[in-house]
Design a protein around this ligand. Structure first.
Ligand code: TGC
Ligand code: FAD
Length: 387
């Protein structure tokens, strides 16, 4: 029996019935709702906000969090499959869900008070309250310990001053999780849209993640009550703990982008006839396709095992770093190679490879650059910090 070209090791057989069902329903959503419009959205530099209610209704926002907050309480592998199928559509759609789920709902759940959870999580799960996550600053995102944004205590309030850069969902968001330096270390604050002195400004001229909103945030003496501070974490481990959740999902997402590009190149190569034979009949193209299939298979196994470790509660940040590095590198290489197989046709958004390749320029950079993750592994295996 012929093997499935996008699942050579029958990894689907390792999924539970519920996990397969979730994957199928998100795949249908991507096929029916995302793929027909996403090329145009990318061209127009437009995030398809009209899809948010359906994304929410499917339970994809904060999908790992408890049902008592209106969430689907799915396991980590299911969250990964959601990311994979959404990013098969576009990294911008997966980014929206990653930020809402792992970077905004997760810290409110993990570090927030019960009052904050009740106030925000159900509305966020319904997609009625959109969040963004402000960690990166203009002077350098890789080193968040060197944070310049400060929050000073003033009676029962906090006064926040600073700026954040490259913030996904910034101009869409109703709330921002803002990380700021305080006298007691880095702390997180929930800043609501419309708070005096708080402004989001959209980043334009992007060649990547064009179907996603990216913004700068400005905080000019923004005053928030202590009840908007996340009370249960202090120090860099707060934001880094959120990043571990989001990076885990990002190990899966690029598998979807790679599958989209590989499938497109595979189909095209069987139809494109040059020198009296389809280019798929040439050794050069077969080597490229075989290499894509090999690298996708390895990435699938890596993320699945990572998900099983996460579900068992033993996943380590360095393991996430290795998978984020490997899978982003795998996907960007495949998308660029697929673009080449399509020749000139590969340079337009009529075909997915170039859109995914351009998106992955962001995905390989955000949530820790490739170099940052390589250095995390270097530190893990040598015991020497080279940052
Ligand atoms: P270090 O000072 O050693 O550690 C500080 C504390 O944090 C703990 N920790 C972690 N906890 C959870 N998860 C992790 N991944 C953790 N890494 C470290 C650590 O145990 C320690 O705790 P404690 O209790 O001892 O205080 O910090 P480090 O040397 O490990 O960090 C250095 C480095 C470079 C790895 C870190 O700064 C880093 O990861 N930099 C990259 C920053 C980054 O990724 N920014 C992303 C911004 S958000 C974003 O890009 C969203 S895009 C989303 C989208 O659109 O999809
Ligand atoms: P820098 O940190 O200035 O890095 C520049 C270069 O130096 C990189 O090549 C890096 O690998 C290299 N480098 C860094 N340290 C070392 C070292 N020790 N040794 C050798 N080389 C090193 N951030 C948020 O907080 N929230 C968001 O929602 C968010 N969304 C984003 C969306 C998009 C589209 C993009 C592009 C970024 C987003 N980011 C977000 C920011 C992202 O996390 C940062 O871009 C990333 O962490 C890198 O920071 P930087 O851009 O300042 O690059």
């Amino acid at each position: 029996m012929a093997l499935n070209p996008t699942d050579l090791f029958d990894i689907r057989s390792l999924l539970s019935e519920e996990e397969r069902m979730i994957q199928d329903s998100v795949a249908r959503f991507t096929d029916q709702k995302v793929l027909p419009i996403i090329g145009d959205c990318f061209d127009q530099g437009r995030f398809p906000k009209e899809l948010v209610p359906e994304i929410a209704a499917m339970g994809l926002l904060g999908s790992s969090l408890p049902e008592k907050y209106g969430c689907a309480e799915l396991n980590a592998v299911s969250y990964g499959l959601i990311c994979q199928e959404l990013e098969r559509g576009d990294s911008g759609i997966r980014s929206f869900v990653s930020v809402q789920s792992s970077l905004c709902m997760y810290p409110i759940y993990a570090y927030g008070s019960e009052e904050q959870r009740q106030k925000y999580l159900p509305g966020m799960a319904r997609g009625e309250i959109i969040g963004c996550f402000g960690l990166t600053e203009p002077h350098g995102g890789s080193d968040p310990a060197n944070m310049k944004t400060v929050a000073k205590k003033d009676g029962g309030d906090w006064v926040i001053n600073g700026a954040k850069m490259w913030i996904t969902n910034g101009n869409l968001a109703d709330i921002a999780i803002v990380w700021a330096q305080t006298d007691e270390g880095i702390q997180g604050f929930i800043v609501e849209k419309g708070t005096k002195g708080f402004e989001a400004q959209e980043v334009h001229k992007k060649m990547s993640l064009r179907a996603s909103v990216t913004s700068a945030l400005y905080l000019d003496s923004v005053r928030v009550p202590d009840s908007q501070r996340l009370p249960n974490v202090k120090g860099l481990k707060g934001p880094l703990g959120c990043l571990t959740q989001a990076r885990y999902g990002i190990t899966w997402g690029p598998i979807g982008a790679a599958i989209a590009a590989y499938t497109s190149a595979l189909e095209y190569s069987k139809e494109r006839v040059l020198f009296n034979r389809p280019i798929a009949a040439t050794q050069a193209v077969q080597l490229k396709l075989a290499d894509m299939a090999r690298r996708i298979t390895l990435a699938q196994l890596l993320s699945l095992q990572l998900g099983r470790l996460k579900d068992a509660g033993t996943m380590q940040p360095a393991q996430v770093s290795l998978a984020k590095w490997n899978n982003c590198r795998m996907a960007i290489d495949i998308c660029r190679e697929a673009r080449d197989i399509l020749g000139g046709a590969g340079i337009t958004t009529e075909h997915p490879p170039i859109r995914h390749a351009l998106n992955l320029e962001s995905v390989i950079t955000y949530e820790g650059t490739e170099t940052v993750h390589q250095l995390v592994i270097g530190r893990e295996v040598t015991g020497i910090n080279a940052f």
